[in-house]
Each structure stands twice: as C-alpha cells, then as structure tokens.
Write a protein that binds this ligand. Structure first.
Ligand SMILES: [Ca+2]
Ligand SMILES: [Ca+2]
Length: 185
C-alpha cells in the first residue's frame, strides 16, 4: 500500500510538472457567437468574438500566442485578431480596459502574438479572439478555429471551457482507484 501511495505521489508530481508554466485553450469563431465593433480593422464593422477569462499566479511578463488552424491555402483560415482586457470586458465599449492587441504574429496571418505583457497576480484578464474584418479577404476568413497558449514567469489559468489534459484524467482515475482500494481494506 505504501509503495502504491508513493508511486501515486510521483505520478501526480510528474503530471503537475509537465503542465506547469504554459496554459492552452481553444475555440471556434462562429456566426452564432456574439458580435461587436472591436474587429482589427478600424472601419466600422461587426465581427464575431469569443472571450476567455484568465489569471496568473505570479506578477511579471507573459506572452500570448494564438493560432488559426484549418485548411491550406491559409486564406481559408480565420484571420484572427486578439485583444487583452484588464479587470473588466465590456463589448459595447471595446476600447475601455484594453491593455494589448495584435493582428498577425510571427507566423503571419495564421497567428497573433502579444509579447512580454506585464500581468499582475490576482487580477482578472480577458482574452478576446475576434477577426480582422467581417468579410472574407485575400488574407483570411472572418470565422474559423483558434487555439491559444500563454506562458511566462508564472502559471496562467484559463477559465472554462478548457479541455481536460490527459495527465489530469490519469491522476483522477488513479485517485478513484485508490479510494476504491481503501474502501475494500
Ligand atoms: Ca465561439
Ligand atoms: Ca490577423
């Protein structure tokens, strides 16, 4: 029993170490999502948006990358645009509380990146994924799949919906097994 417990503890430590520091989330910008005027283009438009709340456990510098996977050629994918808001997000006032934004990252129109953003522990942040325009262009689409990852000096936690990583499932099934064993003994 003791050996099983220490193996369990080791497995948990390894699982936590593997996921610490970087966080990922993903979604899809669909026609059914809410719309706002905070598109990348300054021309008044109405773009769909997704919003994900997140926090960090350590004050310091963080980088947020988003990717727009899909079909080749790349102009069939989402031409995404990201904005980060601090403390509050009000889609009716898209300029208020915004602390950073980006259109195309190092990977071109299939990416966006906010590099070295100072974030404070205990503060709520909102990552808003939207599109550059509300119509298809030679650079991409107003709708499509997106993935985001964030990392920096501390741990980033995205609010739901977050797909449960395999490591957590393994940990949970291990714990359930342990409880079942304890009940029997
Ligand atoms: Ca969505
Ligand atoms: Ca873009």
């Amino acid at each position: 029993m003791k050996k099983i417990l220490s193996l369990m503890a080791l497995a948990c430590t390894l699982a936590l170490t593997a996921t610490a520091g970087a966080a990922t989330t993903s979604g899809s910008l669909d026609l059914s999502d809410p719309t706002w005027g905070g598109c990348g283009s300054t021309v008044p438009l109405s773009c769909n948006y997704d919003v994900v709340e997140f926090t960090v456990d350590t004050t310091g510098l963080y980088t947020i990358d988003t990717f727009y996977p899909g079909d080749v050629p790349a102009d069939e994918n989402l031409d995404g645009y990201i904005r980060v808001f601090e403390s509050a997000f009000d889609p009716a006032n898209d300029g208020i509380d915004q602390i950073a934004f980006d259109d195309d990252g190092p990977g071109g129109q299939n990416t966006s990146q906010i590099l070295d953003l100072t974030l404070t522990a205990g503060t709520s942040y909102f990552l808003v994924v939207t599109s550059f325009t509300d119509v298809p262009t030679i650079f991409g689409q107003p709708n499509g799949a997106w993935e985001a990852d964030a990392n920096g000096v501390g741990e980033v936690t995205f609010a739901a919906p977050i797909p449960v990583p395999a490591a957590v499932w393994l940990m949970m099934s291990g714990l359930i097994g342990l409880i079942a064993m304890r009940r029997r003994s």
